[in-house]
Structure formats: C-alpha cells, structure tokens
Design a protein around this ligand. Structure first.
Ligand code: ADP
Length: 273
C-alpha cells in the first residue's frame, strides 16, 4: 500500500545505510585478520621483524666519560690476540687499573680506524654493559679510553682464549688416537660447567639476559677458570621480564629457545635453554 510521502526515502535510510555500514565493517575485519595471518606466517618462517628498542638507540647516540676512564699513557699494547667484531684485540699491560697492583696484564679491545663515530659509541656502550658486573665468573672490565683515538676498552686478560677454541685444541691431531685421552678430567669438566652456571646465575640475579650463551662466548683464564665473556647481545631488562628483540641483527638461531625463535622474545629462562 502506498505510504506517506517520503516513506521510501525513510526506508532507505533505516535499512540500506546500516546494512552498507555492517558490510564495510565486515570487509575491514576480514582484511585485518588476513593481514595478521600473513605477518604471523612471516614470523613463523624465522624472519624476525620487531620494533626498534628506543632506549637502546638514544643511549647509542653518546658516550659520557666516567670513573672508568683511563689515561692513554697508562696502556701499552704488546701483541695481537685476534680480530673482534669492531677491531683488533691486543694483549698488553695497564698501569693502575687494579687496586694494589701497579701493573696488570690485560686484553685491549680497539675499534678500526675506519669506524664511524656511531660505531665507536656503540662499541663503548657495548663495553659499558660490563661496568655493572662484579663476579668472579664474569670477565671483568678494567677501564675505558674514550678520549682521543683509537678508542680502547681494557679487560681482564683470559690467556687461554675462548672455550670453544680451547676445547677444539684438545682434540686429537692424530685420528687413531683416542679423543678421550686429551680431555680434562671429569671433575675439571664439571667445575667448568659450574663456573659458567655461577656466572649466568649472577647475570640472572642482576636482571640481565645474555641471549647468546655459547662456548665461543665463554673465556678461559690462565688457571683454566671459565668466565662469561661476550656481551655483544646482552641487554638490561630492568623491571620487565623479557627483552623483545629490536632491529634486524643476526640471531644465534642454532642455540635459540623455541619461544625466542617463534616470537623474538628473550628471557632469563631462554638463557637457561
Ligand atoms: P668481539 O666480541 O669484539 O667480536 P671477540 O670476543 O670475538 O671480539 O674477540 C676477538 C679475539 O680476541 C678472539 O680471538 C678472542 O679470543 C680474543 N679476546 C677477546 N677478549 C679477550 C680477553 N678478555 N682475553 C683474551 N683474549 C680475548
């Protein structure tokens, strides 16, 4: 039956407009879900995309000299130990870096001459992580030369090098010889494991997540004490329980926990893994 004038317009507004709105919302929702799925598939493929940690980047823009600063003339470099990621690492002597010790044999990390300002600051900030640590089973930072060139980081000398190379060097040269002949006694092996566990437990107690514990990152001292020694990926987690990876840096996938691989999340428990 014919309605009052304007009835058809009214019908339009009351029925078709809401229907169109619902349709648009449904389409948007479907689109969002598909997009999310795509992103999570990407994560599942092992390619990690995470947001940049703003704290890390603001800290990377400057280095302020502090009580760790050592005068350059107190440092003597003697011989090369090996190439590090920023530059050559030397063995040398430092005056007055250890209390009650006039001279100390040290490891000296340097930055390549070609390095940018940003790289130098990153190098110093990476070393600065070690300022917080005071544990017999964590390699000790002894000082920093941030004024002038080249930038130097002075560390406790670990004469037997990294644990991976050290263990490899014990392998029999002659394949017919039994490998076990060269192995340290079981008691020593268990002690080494205990020292690593003690160093890691210290880091955990201080709310630090290492993220890259491996034999290559443990160092062996002259008396065969093993210490945690590379903090390239260590980050202070402060109050939060985990650190979400920032940037697109390389990740040690062969040693990562399933949850770190899946979500890019590192915790003290993934350090245990
Ligand atoms: P980076 O962490 O800057 O990449 P590395 O830890 O790989 O540097 O060190 C480069 C080389 O220097 C390796 O051969 C390593 O054994 C040696 N090295 C590093 N730190 C020390 C140290 N504290 N004592 C003795 N040798 C060290």
């Amino acid at each position: 039956s014919p309605g009052p004038p304007g009835y058809e317009n009214y019908l339009y507004i009351m029925i078709f407009v809401p229907m169109a709105a619902v349709l648009i919302i449904c389409l948007l929702a479907t689109f969002t879900v598909i997009n999310r799925k795509k992103n999570s598939d990407r994560l599942g493929n092992g390619v990690l995309y995470a947001s940049v940690n703003p704290e890390y980047f603001s800290a990377a823009e400057m280095y302020v000299p502090d009580e760790w600063e050592v005068l350059r003339e107190k440092i003597t470099m003697n011989r090369e130990l090996g190439q590090g990621s920023f530059g050559m690492v030397y063995e040398g002597v430092a005056k007055g870096v250890v209390k009650d010790e006039p001279e100390t044999c040290v490891a000296i990390k340097t930055v390549n001459e070609s390095a940018s300002m940003r790289e130098r600051i990153e190098f110093l900030n990476e070393a600065s992580v070690m300022k917080e640590f005071n544990c017999h089973h964590v390699v000790r930072l002894l000082g920093v030369v941030s004024q002038g060139q080249p930038t130097l980081v002075i560390m406790e000398l670990m004469t037997k090098g990294d644990l991976k190379s050290h263990l490899r060097s014990l392998r029999a040269k002659d394949p017919s010889q039994s490998y076990s002949l060269n192995l340290p006694p079981l008691k020593k092996i268990i002690q080494m494991a205990g020292e690593i566990a003690d160093g890691m437990s210290y880091l955990n107690a201080n709310k630090f997540v290492h993220r890259d514990l491996a034999a290559r990152n443990c160092m062996v001292a002259d008396d065969y004490t093993v210490k945690i020694g590379d903090f390239g990926m260590t980050r202070d987690i402060y109050e939060t329980d985990y650190y979400r990876k920032g940037g697109k840096g390389l990740l040690p996938v062969r040693w990562m926990s399933p949850e770190s691989l899946k979500d890019g999340v590192f915790t003290t428990t993934s350090d245990v893994w």
